[in-house]
Design a protein around this ligand. Structure first.
Ligand code: AMP
Length: 215
């Protein structure tokens, strides 16, 4: 059982890699973005509060995200992979507290490195299923335009995947999230991966780094 933090700019493939780790190794994907979007879809009080924040590309209040995160971590019985948390130093402190409370440790931090240009290209073409959450992009085009292959529901473009908002999210990442890399290296192993390649290549690399194969 291993607990992982996936770290990287929006559109670097954190969600895709986290989902594969969950499908292939049973390590639970805990994505704060997905958990918040689920609250919105379900129309909960939290969902109503955070909907405009997500649409603007800004960060949701730390207290709300912490609550959603702790619930997600507690449900993981075979390790978890954090996708989208922590995003700033205050959240890093929140994570430390939750880890102490739940008696868990982080085994490795994986950083996905992708250039801005590629990110803008990727995110502008990203579409997501409104029901099952499956993500489509340049390399996974649905058989019928605008319709999910898995469940036949309608695909949509996230409000925060529009160019103006993407730029804002990248700026936030650079200013608030990237500096955490140094902080992580004080207490755990940090590994960087070239995330600009195809999914399977990136995944193979991630697997090697997580389980320290070939060392
Ligand atoms: P993501 O799916 O990770 O790109 O997240 C989408 C949006 O959800 C972000 O732009 C934020 O508005 C919100 N969000 C996700 N994770 C966090 C977090 N750790 N802290 C604050 N807001 C978050």
């Amino acid at each position: 059982m291993v607990n992982i933090i996936l770290f990287g700019p929006p559109g670097s493939g954190k969600g895709t890699i986290a989902r594969l780790l969950q499908d292939r190794f049973g390590i639970k994907q805990v994505s704060t973005g997905d958990l918040l979007r689920k609250e919105i879809l379900d129309g909960t009080p939290i969902g109503r509060k955070v909907e405009p924040v997500l649409a603007s590309g800004k960060l949701v209040d730390n207290k709300i995200v912490a609550e959603v995160l702790e619930k997600g971590i507690r449900k993981a019985k075979n390790g978890f992979v954090l996708d989208g948390f922590p995003r700033n130093s205050e959240q890093a402190g929140i994570l430390e507290k939750i880890l102490a409370k739940t008696k868990q440790k982080i085994g490795v931090v994986l950083e996905l490195v992708v250039e801005d240009e590629k990110i803008i290209e990727r995110l502008s073409s990203r579409r997501q299923c409104s029901k099952c959450g499956r993500v489509y992009g340049m390399h996974s085009i649905p058989k019928k335009e605008g319709v999910c292959d898995e469940c036949g529901s309608k695909l949509f473009q996230r409000d925060d995947d529009k160019p103006r908002v993407i730029k804002k999210r990248l700026e936030l990442y650079r200013n608030e999230t990237l500096p955490l890399k140094k902080y992580f290296s004080n207490f755990t192993r940090v590994e960087s991966i070239d995330g600009s390649r195809g999914i399977e290549e990136v995944f193979k690399d991630a697997e090697k780094k997580i389980f320290q194969k070939g060392k």
